[in-house]
Design a protein around this ligand. Sequence first.
Ligand SMILES: C[S@@+](CC[C@H](N)C(=O)[O-])C[C@H]1O[C@@H](n2cnc3c(N)ncnc32)[C@H](O)[C@@H]1O
Length: 241
Amino acid sequence: MGVGPGDPELITVAAQRAIEAATVVAYPVAQPEAEGMAARIAEPWIAPGQRRLPLLFPMVVEAEPRRLAWHAAADALASEVAAGQRVVLLCEGDSSLYASCSYALLALAQRHPTCPVRVIPGISAAAAAAAAASSQGMVWPLALQQEALLIRPTPETPEQLEQLLDHAATTATVLALLKLGRRWPWVRACLEARGVLEQALFAQRVGWPDQLLAPAAAVAAGEQPYFSLLLVRQSWPEVLP
Ligand SMILES: C[S@@+](CC[C@H](N)C(=O)[O-])C[C@H]1O[C@@H](n2cnc3c(N)ncnc32)[C@H](O)[C@@H]1O
């Protein structure tokens, strides 16, 4: 279930009730002993008596360690359910959008197809970023009228980004580029060269006390944290208030 991108208040009533009703609270961690972002976000809603179950989802490039981790996570969840526990698996943002939770679900369906599952959606970082910007006077609709919205990871190279921006410009597509952090220096340069930096919104750690929402032009060219994203709008519909 999604717990939203940072602010514990951005959790759905359904998710809060599911946590309350759980005997086991599972959450992804990138390293053993790590706290886990989703668990930090949901902290106010987790009671001291609830058992915590960190599940290791290593952030590595190799396929095999990741597959093994997904299988192990699914096996651990299924065995808790089989033992009669009520289990929730927390997920940062929305539970179906670039989410560790999705791999656990796929592995569960494959390895434990009779295990009962309910998926509760959450507020995605892109939606929260648009709302937070609009709340700060930078009115930022994600999509209007016939526009498309493309939420995807930031491309790996300037050439790929150029192609993406060309495509987005000709198809009235607003871009939400995730996993921006270390790519920001060259992404910034690319947007500046094309004259679209002014129309982009930089969002970092949305929902956290130190959140930053800023016109992209105001953000220096250095590397940024992992929890950063960019919204890029290259045009507006003709008919507007
Ligand atoms: C693995 S994806 C998770 C997406 C998440 N499930 C969602 O629904 O938004 C991680 C990326 O989402 C973006 N992200 C997640 N939380 C964020 C936040 N609080 N502020 C800014 N960006 C965030 C960042 O671009 C980060 O690299």
